[in-house]
Write a protein that binds this ligand. Sequence first.
Ligand code: SF4
Length: 328
Amino acid sequence: MSNTTLIDNENLLEIRNLKTYYPVKGGFFRRTIGNVKAVDDVSFEIKKGETLGLVGESGCGKSTTGRTIIRLLNATDGEILFEGKDITKLRGKTLQAIRQDIQMVFQDPYASLNPMQMVGDIVSEPIRNFKNVSMNDLKDEVMDLLTKVGLPEDAYYKYAHEFSGGQRQRIGIARALALRPKLIIADEPVSALDVSVQSQVLNLLKQLQKEFDLTFLFIAHDLSVVKHMSDRIGVMYLGNMVEIAERNSMYAEPLHPYTQALISAIPMPDPRRKKERIVLEGDVPSPLNPPTGCPFHPRCPAAMAECSQVKSALKEVKPGHRVACHLY
Ligand code: SF4
């Protein structure tokens, strides 16, 4: 989205030291006996008009981060600033008002839409909930949205189950756009779709970003998809942000050993160009009992003695390029 979108210098979203823990209950009295540290002290910002890609293996906390920002989950600690205003603890009407500005596109268009609901009702629902619009204007608005996401106007009268996966995701996108949000959190928006339709949906999102002046938090595990979509990229591991940088800097010179391993696994478009793949040993540790020190140390090929004791802060080592690693 980078080349054609005007990025403002102002931050639309600032995340400061965000933590989202899931309590684990146990024993006869169902007391809290531990916490799954799904997001454990994550900070970043997104500028107006920008797309920030969030990557990492499944279970790294990227989806939980997205869901905490849109307040589907409550933050355990930290701050979520939207347009400079702390929305971390908003409730009731003030929270509802923010929900007009922040919308989500979900991974699975099969699960996120009611298959037995008419598309016109699905897409118009947010408008009916938040605005006082006449039936005629509402219908015109929804027809216009359907056209903008590449669906025929008569889709209005059909049911979600009559559409393919890619078309359903377009319905989900139309619904997310209905209130003209400023920020869209797209959580793996193409990973449930056939490869043949993935690029169509990605290109649609890019086109809509320009047209609707959108800012994106784009969550995905596929680094090629994230590269295609993002201006900057953040890499998460076990609930932590381990590196964040402008896209080209991240792909040309990844600094964190985990990012280096992820990028080494991307297939080269030209098979004659060879690169060495870094294969990581072991599995991602449980976020219920994360390792001390650097969360990556049990798997890191460059680990040093201090890595198991002290966690490195995320620090800027080149302009706009931050990494959490003792090597720097
Ligand atoms: Fe590896 Fe140590 Fe850097 Fe962690 S801090 S990534 S263990 S070198």
